[in-house]
Ligand binder design. Sequence first.
Ligand code: SAM
Length: 239
Amino acid sequence: MNKLQEISLSLGIELSGEQIEKFEIYLDELTRWNRQFNLTAIKLPEDIEVKHFADSLAVACGLDSINLENRTRVIDIGTGAGFPGLPLKIALPQISLTLLESTAKKSAFLHHIVDRLGLEDVTVLCDRAETLALSPDYRENFDIVVSRAVARLNTLAELCLPFCRTEGLFIAHKKGDISDEIALAAGALEKLGGSLASVIPVRLAGLDDNRYIVVIRKISPTPAGYPRRPGIPGKNPLK
Ligand code: SAM
């Protein structure tokens, strides 16, 4: 886990021996489950260390403006095998984490790994964002909403912003050239109660591709009617 330690230090996060041990268990279990179920396209242990674990921690760059007190409520939308939410929870154990994933086999892995790592204050939910966001138990109920590699920003905003409380943050982890994507999402952000706060470029040692942490502040409640029915935010993104 030398690369993970090096990259996390460059992000201002110092991982203890116990935390590194948790990442090692996560790596072993993910590799083992991946042989049977296709949980993630990245399969080699050295790639998982950098492209999943370290890459997920890049989201921490967007957390500067929020006070990460005990039990800050964080939800990860479309978390897959736990990214970026679980690496963040291992590195920042004070957060209260909810992982949302619509695929049953991935959710089964999440239940298993949360239990195996002995993580406290983590909830795994198997549902679609469009459905869960209508429940008063979850709507406008999180301080921070994170998401990586789920959809373009105009679609993603509709899946994520309804979960965020006013004055909370929606943090999207993005790769590649994102200027067009951000411009196209302007209408969606306005309709959903979000406002672009910052776009933070992040370079990680050993990775050539550009990545950006897009920070959106929730400035007003998301109007009733959003998100629209499952599938509609992707098929017909807000303009
Ligand atoms: N965030 C993870 C990562 O960075 O490795 C997984 C990315 S994967 C490409 C996208 C995941 O989002 C899939 O596991 C998919 O099942 C989930 N997903 C897509 N749309 C969703 C929705 N509307 N609600 C909940 N999960 C969704």
